[in-house]
Design a protein. Structure first.
Length: 131
């Protein structure tokens, strides 16, 4: 009985493998124009300096005791790799967020975990859960 089903299944597997595309994409490398590389480098530094010029950032730096001129000097002394890393991290930050959503999400997650452990009988934290 098993041999009766093996032939159609093997033909189906062979046919499905034939439908797969095994093409390999080739990477193309080329020389980067110096002006383009310098523009990207300067663009990252300019974004960091523009971020430091924002009023709320200046206020936060003043609260930490960091002078604006000192921060600008430190940005100027960063290596290209550090500028690229910081500029990339700035792009990944949520726009206009202050982290409240993260805090609320973490609180809800902790509440749900504690509720589940209370329902399972591992803890006795909530009085509204019947054991």
């Amino acid at each position: 009985m098993t041999q009766r089903f093996m032939k159609p299944i093997s033909l189906l597997v062979i046919f499905s493998f034939l439908l797969l595309q095994f093409s390999v994409q080739q990477a193309k490398a080329g020389m980067i124009d110096t002006d383009l590389a310098m523009a990207n480098h300067d663009n990252g530094r300019a974004r960091i300096l523009a971020f430091l010029d924002r009023p709320e950032v200046q206020q936060a730096m003043e609260q930490q005791g960091v002078a604006r001129a000192e921060a600008q000097q430190r940005v100027a002394s960063l290596t290209d790799a550090e500028v690229t890393k910081i500029a990339h991290a700035m792009q990944q930050l949520p726009a206009g967020g202050d982290g409240l959503g993260t805090v609320v999400g973490a609180a809800v997650l902790i509440f749900v975990i504690l509720l589940i452990t209370d329902i399972m009988g591992l803890t006795h934290l909530f009085s509204f859960v019947r054991h």
